[in-house]
Design a protein around this ligand. Structure first.
Ligand code: PGA
Length: 251
């Protein structure tokens, strides 16, 4: 059966010493605690090696926030999936709306990134979600379906089964405006139906689908109580140990 997961997305925040201190604090808080979910932190590339050195990945998983769409070569400034994997990280966020919006990521580049992540043993946390206009004009279900179909439906059922999905309505990211628990559940059920149509009910039932967008300790429990919501991808609230743990403990 699918797992419950709470994953932090640190985005472009913290220096290396600050990030190492935060990772240590979260790791300490988790050691000896009983949690009902897997916990992961996705950190800037510069932080992967020093953070890997100070955490116990049996209690706190480690991931990157992106990887390149090429394996190696003349791509100045890029960081490849094999490089990420060589740090000991096990996860990689792909297709975050900020990457799509500010760095022009398309379904085509994302297909390459997903393939390279999987080839290198990384678990993609693949983000999908509509913008405000699409929420308001009622096209959100079609938009999210197209994001999944275009970037992921080239995968075999076996490979699709290795993914974690994160539904992040763009209008709720960093805005303080959360989707209601019912809005999240409706979309997560829709996503699961889209997966079932292509790969069958078993693959759909086994896929963890996280909610992301202004998730905090005060709203996490209600959102996580929904049957198709399997956890959260947490931005702002992942930067404070107490807030992040408050969300972890919402399960
Ligand atoms: P937020 O970000 O929790 O700060 O809204 C979530 C995300 O973008 O992953």
């Amino acid at each position: 059966m699918r797992k419950n997961i709470v994953a932090g997305n640190w985005k472009m925040n913290t220096t290396v010493p600050e990030g190492v201190a935060l990772a240590k604090e979260v790791n300490e808080a988790l050691k000896g605690a009983t949690t009902k979910c897997d916990v992961v932190i996705c950190v800037p590339f510069t932080h992967l090696v020093p953070v890997a050195d100070v955490i116990d990945q049996t209690v706190l998983g480690l991931g990157a926030e992106n990887c390149a769409d090429h394996k190696s070569g003349a791509y100045t400034g890029e960081v490849s999936a094999p490089m990420v994997a060589s740090t000991g990280a096990k996860y990689v966020i792909l297709g975050h709306s900020e990457r799509r919006q500010y760095y022009g990521e398309t379904a085509e580049t994302l297909r390459e990134k997903v393939a390279l992540a999987l080839e290198n043993g990384l678990t993609p946390i693949f983000c999908i979600g509509e913008v405000l206009e699409e929420r308001e004009n009622g096209t959100y279900n079609d938009v999210v379906k197209a994001q999944i179909v275009d970037a992921l439906f080239n995968l075999s059922a076996e490979d699709f089964g290795k993914l974690i999905l994160a539904y992040e309505p763009v209008w709720a990211i960093g805005t303080g405006k959360t989707a209601t628990a019912d809005q999240a559940e409706d979309m997560h059920a829709h996503i699961r139906a889209v997966i079932a149509e292509k790969y069958g009910k078993e693959v759909a039932d086994n896929t963890s689908i996280l909610y992301g967008g202004s998730c905090k300790p005060s709203n996490a429990a209600e959102i996580f109580s929904k049957p198709d919501v399997d956890g959260g991808l947490i931005g702002g609230a992942a930067l404070k140990c107490a807030d992040f743990m408050g969300i972890v403990n919402a399960f």
